[in-house]
Ligand binder design. Structure first.
Ligand code: GLN
Length: 535
C-alpha cells in the first residue's frame, strides 16, 4: 500500500480537497487504483450534526454516511462511489477506541492517546484502502498544520513514514500571499508552515504552492532552499477558472512523475483525456443562464459563503457545460428574495427549520405562477407541496410539521419511524439517509429524463409528503412521478409540461451523484428548460 498524505499550511480554504481529488484523478489516469480519505479534526462523530454555516455542506454517501463536502470532490473527480470507510473524525476515532477498550480489546494495557489513537487512524486508513482495492490511498488531513486538533493525525503520518519511508509521501498545500501589484509572492508563511511540520517530526516531500498567480523560478528556489526540498517538488497552483482545470495544471508541473518516483512506482499510462475534453467544454460554453439559489446558509459575519451548497453548484455546472451553457449562479436570500424576474430559473435546495421558509414558499409561488423553471431539492420539494396546498387547495394554514407542529393541514409530516427517534433525542445519523430505490412513472418529465423505470438516489430527511393528502394534492395538479417501490413515499413531484415549462421537486438529493463526466439527468432537464426560456 502506498500513502499520500495531504496537509494544509498557512490558512484554510486553499483548496486542499480539490487538490487531493485532483491528485487522485491524475494517478488514476496513470493506471493506478486509487481511493481518497478525509480526516476531519472535529469531535463530532460525523458531519450530520454540524450547521452548514459552520462547516459547509453535509455530503451524503450511498451508505448513508453524513460527511465532509470534500468526499463530494473525491467522488466527482474519481468518478467513483465512496463509503463511510473513507471518512473519519476525531470523535469517531475516539469512539471506536473507547468501545474497543470496553470490550477488553487492549488486553489489560493502558490505552493512551499516543500510540493508540494514531494506530486506530492507521488501521482505518488501511481498512478503507483494502475495501476499495486501492494501490494508492490519498489521505487529506483537515485543518491547518499548527492546530492542536490535527496533531494526532500528523502523528499517524510520522508513525507510518518511520516504518516505510518509501511508501509514504507528505504533500503540503501552502499559500503564497500577493499583497499588491508592486510586490512579489511571499514565501515566508510557507517557510513557517514547514517549520511547524518539522516540529511534529515531519518533512514535506512536495509543496503545492497555491497563489493567485503562477509562482516564478525565484520563488521556487526560495521555497526549495528554505524548506529543504527540490525545486521540481514545488508545484505551482495558481487560481484556476474552473476546478476541473486543476488536474491538468498539476500535470503541467509533472506532479504524477514526482509522486510516483517518491513512491517507487512506475507510471503505467498517461491519459487525462476526459479532463482535457471537459476543460475544452467548459471554456467553450457561452450561452449564459442565470440561476437563483434560494437559501439561508450564506451569511458569515459580513461575508457570503457558497460552501453550504457546493454540490448543488457543481451539479448545475456539470449539466450546463454539457449543454454548452455558462451558468451564472446567484444567491437569493430566503428571508428577503428581492426581484426574481432576473433569473432564468430558481433552485430551492435542502434545508432545515423555520427560518426563511415563508420566503422560499413565496419564491416557489412566483415561479409556479410566472412559469419560471423551478427545481426543488428535498426541502424545496416539501415547500412546493405546502405552496400548492395553500394556493390551489385554499388551505392557508397548510405547512410542514417541521415548522408548525400543530398545523391543521400537515401536508408534510414526520416519517413514522422518525417519531420515536426525535422523542428519544437520537438525532445523530438517524434521518432517512443514503441511497434508496425509487420507481418512475411513464409519461412524466422525470421518466423521460432518466430514460428508465428504476432509479436509486441519496436521501437525507425526517419528513415526507403526508400519504393522507396525496389524492388532494393530485387534484391540485401535482404529479407524483417517482415513488418508493412500495408506492408509499413520494420521491418526485412535478407539474405537467403543458401547465409549466419545468416545475419539479425531489425528496432526494440528485446533486450528490452528479458528475462532471456524467451530469445528472434532472439537472440536465432543468438547464434545458432555462435555455428554452432564453430563446
Ligand atoms: N428538513 C427537511 C426534512 O428533514 C428537509 C431536509 C433536507 O432538505 N435535506 O425532511
Amino acid at each position: 500500500m502506498k500513502y499520500i498524505f495531504v496537509v494544509g499550511g498557512v490558512m484554510s480554504g486553499v483548496g486542499k480537497g480539490v487538490a487531493s481529488a485532483s491528485i487522485g484523478a491524475i494517478l488514476q489516469s496513470r493506471g493506478f487504483k486509487v481511493t481518497a480519505i478525509k480526516v476531519d479534526p472535529y469531535v463530532n462523530v460525523d458531519a450530520g450534526t454540524m450547521n452548514p454555516v459552520e462547516h459547509g455542506e453535509v455530503f451524503v454517501l450511498n451508505d448513508g454516511t453524513e460527511c465532509d463536502q470534500d468526499l463530494g470532490n473525491y467522488e466527482r473527480f474519481l468518478g467513483r462511489d465512496l463509503t463511510g470507510a473513507n471518512y473519519m473524525t476525531t470523535g469517531s476515532v475516539y469512539l471506536s477506541v473507547i468501545n474497543k477498550e470496553r470490550q477488553l480489546y487492549y488486553g489489560g494495557k493502558c490505552v493512551e492517546v499516543v500510540p493508540h489513537i494514531p494506530l486506530e487512524v492507521i488501521d482505518r486508513i488501511n481498512r478503507a484502502a483494502k475495501l476499495a482495492g486501492a494501490e494508492i490511498v490519498i489521505v487529506e488531513i483537515g485543518g491547518t498544520v499548527g492546530e492542536y486538533q490535527n496533531i494526532l493525525f500528523l502523528e499517524a503520518v510520522r508513525m507510518l513514514k518511520l516504518k516505510d519511508p518509501k511508501s509514504v509521501v507528505l504533500a503540503l498545500i501552502s499559500y503564497l500571499p500577493f499583497l499588491s501589484k508592486d510586490s512579489e509572492l511571499k514565501t515566508k508563511p510557507t517557510q513557517y508552515a514547514v517549520r511547524t511540520l518539522n516540529s511534529a517530526g515531519l518533512q514535506p516531500d512536495i509543496i503545492i504552492a497555491r497563489a493567485s498567480v503562477p509562482i516564478d523560478q525565484k520563488r521556487r528556489e526560495k521555497i526549495s532552499f528554505n524548506c529543504n526540498i527540490q525545486t521540481e517538488d514545488v508545484i505551482s497552483a495558481p487560481d484556476a477558472e474552473s476546478i476541473y482545470d486543476i488536474p491538468i495544471n498539476f500535470e503541467n508541473n509533472n506532479i504524477s512523475g514526482r509522486l510516483l518516483k517518491k513512491l517507487n512506482l512506475r507510471p503505467r499510462q498517461k491519459d487525462l483525456k476526459e479532463f482535457r475534453r471537459l476543460s475544452r467544454e467548459i471554456h467553450s460554453s457561452t450561452k449564459a443562464v442565470r440561476i437563483g439559489v434560494v437559501g439561508k446558509y450564506f451569511g458569515s459575519g459580513d461575508f457570503v459563503l457558497a460552501d453550504s451548497y457546493i454540490s448543488v453548484i457543481e451539479a448545475v455546472k456539470h449539466a450546463a457545460y454539457a449543454l454548452k451553457a455558462k451558468p451564472l449562479i446567484e444567491w437569493v436570500d430566503a428571508e428577503n428574495p428581492g426581484d426574481l424576474n432576473r433569473y432564468d430559473g430558481i433552485i430551492v435546495p435542502g434545508g432545515f427549520g423555520a427560518r426563511g421558509v415563508e420566503g422560499k414558499i413565496k419564491t416557489i409561488k412566483y415561479c409556479r405562477e410566472r412559469k419560471i423553471p423551478f427545481f426543488g431539492l428535498c426541502y424545496g420539494m416539501q415547500l412546493a407541496i405546502v405552496e400548492l396546498s395553500r394556493s390551489r387547495l385554499g388551505w392557508k394554514a397548510a405547512n410542514t410539521v417541521e415548522v408548525d407542529p400543530k398545523t391543521k393541514y400537515p401536508v408534510i409530516d414526520v416519517m413514522p419511524e422518525q417519531k420515536q427517534k426525535i422523542a428519544a433525542k437520537e438525532m445523530g445519523g438517524s434521518m432517512r439517509l443514503g441511497a434508496y430505490p425509487a420507481k418512475l412513472h411513464p409519461g412524466t418529465i422525470a421518466y423521460k429524463a432518466y430514460g428508465k423505470k428504476e432509479i436509486s438516489e441519496r436521501h437525507r430527511h425526517r419528513y415526507e409528503v403526508n400519504p393522507e393528502y396525496i389524492a388532494d394534492l393530485q387534484k391540485a395538479g401535482a404529479v407524483f412521478s417517482g415513488t418508493s417501490p412500495d408506492g408509499r413515499l413520494m420521491e418526485i413531484m412535478e407539474l405537467p409540461k403543458k401547465v409549466h415549462p419545468f416545475f419539479l421537486g425531489t425528496q432526494f438529493h440528485p446533486e450528490f451523484t452528479s458528475n462532471p463526466m456524467r451530469p445528472h439527468p434532472l439537472f440536465l432537464e432543468f438547464v434545458k428548460a432555462l435555455l428554452n426560456k432564453r430563446r
